[in-house]
Design a protein around this ligand. Structure first.
Ligand code: NDP
Length: 492
C-alpha cells in the first residue's frame, strides 16, 4: 500500500466537511482539512446562521406594533444596522472559532489555504505544497450566481447582504426561491422598501401550490411589492441614464473592468463595492417595460456548485451539467479515491443533509459499514413571514402518483385575530387513500419551521392519518389542527 500523508484530506471547511473530518478522525484516521475562506462555510458564515439572526432582528417592528395593539405603551424607534451588524459579525467570529477548535481537539490538521486536486491521491495547496491522502473528500459547497446579462455585477448576491455598510432604503430582488423570499421578508421587516421580480407565475416553485399561494399573499400583504411574470432585462448606474434622451453611457468604464457574474464563494464583488462607496444607485428595466431606480439590485437567482479550477476533470472526476460532482449513493465520485458531499453534489442543498452525507461517508469508508444517504422525506422550512414548513410530496406530486385525500385547514391564528390582524395560517396533510400513510405535510404559520421538524418525525416514520388522529390535541395551539382535521377537503 502506498504511504500517504493522511488517510483523509477534506477540501472545504463547511458544515459537511468539518463533520466528516471530525468523525473520521475519531476513528483514529489521520485527517487534514483545507479551507480557503472562513471556517464554517456557507451555513455559519454567509447563510443559515446570519440569515436566521436577521430574521429575528426583522421581527421586532411588527412585534412592537402587536404589543401596542395588546395594550402596551411601546415605541420601537429605528433599526440601527451598524449596531446589529457589529454584533452579528462578533457572533460569526465566535462560531468560526468554535469550528476551528472542534477540529483542533479532534486532531485534524487544518490548512488555511485553497486546495486543488493534483491527482487521484494528492492535493496541491495554494503555496504549491502537495499532500497525499488515501481518500479525498470534496466539500466545497456552492456559491450564488448572477444571470448572464450586462452589468449584472453591479448587483449584490446573498453573501454581500451580511456585509452591507448601510441598510438601503429600497431594493429590487430578482428571483422567487428560498433566498429571494426570505430576504424580501427580512429587509421588509427591517424597514427597507422591497420590490421582487420573479420570472414565473408564482414564487416558491416546487412547493405545494396552496401553501406557496398563501405565503405569496402574506408577503405581499406585509408590504413587499411582488411582480410575477417579470424579469430584469437591463441595468445600469442610475446617473448614466439620461431620462430626457434615454441615452445610456457605459458603466463598465465608470467602475473598471467587469467582475465575473459567477460570484466567488467569498462573495467578493469589487465593482459593486466601489459603486456602493460612491453612493451610486441602479437603474433597472423589466421585461414588462417597468423602469425603476434602486439602492441595490439583489440577485437571488440560484446557487452553483463550487467546482471551478479544482483540477477535477483533469483527474477524471465526472461533473454534471451545472458543474456538480456526480456521485453514487455512497457519495463516491467516478474516481474511486475521491468522494464529495454537500452542495457541491447538488443533491439536496441543505446543511443537515450535507452533515448526514459526511457521516454516511465516514461510516462507509472508515467504519466498514456501507451506508447510503437517505434523501427521502427530508423536512425543510423557508424562513419567510409567515414561515413555510414542508415534508414529503406536494398535493400536485402526490395526485400524479396515485389516489389521495387532502386534509387542509386555513384560519386566523388566535394571537393575531385578537388584534384584528389579517394573518392566516395553513395546515395541510396529503394522505394515501389506500394505505392511509401521510405522504406530505405543509404548514404556513409562525414557527412552521419548528412545527415541521416535529411532525417530520411522524411522517418519516410512515405514520398513517388514523395514527395522527389518535394523538390528543394540545389546546389552544395552531398545530393542534394537525390532529383534528377529520374530513378530507377533497380527494384526488
Ligand atoms: P432557488 O433555486 O431556490 O431559487 C432561484 C430562483 O431564481 C428561482 O425563483 C428561479 O426561478 C430564479 N432564477 C433562476 N435563474 C434566473 C434568471 N436567469 N433570471 C431570473 N430568475 C432566475 O435558489 P436560492 O438561491 O434561493 O437557494 C438555493 C438553495 O439553497 C435552495 O434550493 C435551498 O436548497 C437552499 N436554501 C435553503 C434555505 C432554507 O433551508 N431555509 C435557505 C436558503 C437557501 P424559477 O423558479 O423560474 O426557476
Amino acid at each position: 500500500m502506498a504511504d500517504f500523508d493522511y488517510d483523509l484530506f477534506v477540501i472545504g471547511g463547511g458544515s459537511g466537511g468539518v463533520r466528516a473530518a471530525r468523525t473520521a478522525a475519531a476513528t483514529g484516521a489521520r485527517v487534514a482539512l483545507a479551507e480557503e475562506s472562513r471556517m464554517g462555510g456557507t451555513c455559519v458564515i454567509r447563510g443559515c446562521v446570519p440569515k436566521k439572526l436577521m430574521v429575528f432582528a426583522s421581527d421586532y417592528a411588527d412585534l412592537a406594533e402587536d404589543a401596542k395593539a395588546y395594550g402596551w405603551d411601546a415605541e420601537i424607534g429605528t433599526f440601527d444596522w451598524p449596531r446589529f451588524r457589529g454584533k452579528l459579525h462578533a457572533e460569526l467570529d465566535r462560531l468560526e472559532k468554535v469550528y476551528r477548535s472542534m477540529l483542533e481537539k479532534s486532531d485534524v490538521e487544518v490548512f488555511d489555504s485553497r486546495a486543488r486536486l493534483a491527482d487521484a491521491h494528492s492535493v496541491e495547496l495554494a503555496d504549491g505544497v502537495r499532500k497525499t491522502a488515501k481518500h479525498i473528500l470534496i466539500a466545497t459547497g456552492g456559491h450564488p450566481f448572477r444571470p448572464d446579462m450586462p452589468c449584472a455585477d453591479l448587483g449584490l448576491v446573498s453573501n454581500d447582504l451580511f456585509l452591507m455598510e448601510e441598510l438601503p432604503k429600497n431594493v429590487l430582488i430578482i428571483g422567487g426561491g428560498y433566498i429571494a423570499c426570505e430576504f424580501a421578508c427580512i429587509l421588509n421587516g427591517l424597514g427597507v422598501d422591497v420590490t421582487l421580480y420573479h420570472r414565473g407565475g408564482q414564487i416558491l416553485r416546487g412547493f405545494d401550490e396552496e401553501a406557496r399561494g398563501l405565503v405569496a399573499e402574506m408577503i405581499a400583504d406585509s408590504g413587499v411589492s411582488i411582480h410575477t411574470g417579470t424579469n430584469i432585462v437591463e441595468m445600469k448606474l442610475a446617473d448614466e441614464v439620461d431620462v430626457e434622451t434615454g441615452t445610456i453611457s457605459n458603466s463598465d468604464a465608470a467602475l473598471g473592468a467587469p467582475a465575473k457574474n459567477d460570484s466567488t464563494s467569498l462573495g467578493e464583488n469589487p465593482k459593486s463595492e466601489t459603486r456602493q462607496k460612491a453612493g451610486k444607485r441602479i437603474w433597472v428595466k423589466s421585461t414588462t417595460g417597468r423602469e425603476g431606480t434602486f439602492d441595490h439590485v439583489i440577485f437571488a437567482t440560484g446557487r452553483r456548485p463550487s467546482t471551478a479550477d479544482m483540477g477535477l476533470e483533469d483527474v477524471g472526476v465526472e461533473l454534471g451539467r451545472s458543474g456538480e460532482i456526480v456521485v453514487d449513493e455512497y457519495s463516491q465520485s467516478t474516481v474511486p479515491s475521491i468522494y464529495a458531499i454537500g452542495d457541491v453534489t447538488s443533491r439536496l442543498e441543505l446543511t443537515p443533509v450535507a452533515i448526514r452525507e459526511g457521516m454516511a461517508f465516514v461510516e462507509t469508508v472508515f467504519k466498514g459499514n456501507r451506508t447510503p444517504v437517505d434523501h427521502e422525506l427530508v423536512p425543510s422550512a423557508v424562513f419567510t413571514r409567515p414561515e413555510l414548513g414542508t415534508i414529503g410530496l406536494t398535493e400536485e406530486e402526490a395526485s400524479e402518483r396515485g389516489e389521495i385525500e387532502v386534509y387542509c385547514t386555513s384560519f386566523r391564528p388566535m394571537r393575531q385575530a385578537f388584534i384584528d390582524k389579517p394573518a392566516r395560517t395553513l395546515l395541510k396533510l396529503i394522505v394515501d387513500r389506500e394505505t392511509r400513510v401521510i405522504l406530505g405535510c405543509h404548514i404556513v404559520a409562525d414557527e412552521a419551521g419548528e412545527m415541521i421538524q416535529l411532525v417530520g418525525i411522524a411522517v418519516k416514520a410512515g405514520m398513517t392519518k388514523e395514527q395522527f388522529d389518535r394523538t390528543c390535541a394540545v389546546h389552544p395551539t395552531i398545530s393542534e389542527e394537525i390532529v383534528t382535521m377529520r374530513e378530507p377537503v377533497r380527494a384526488g
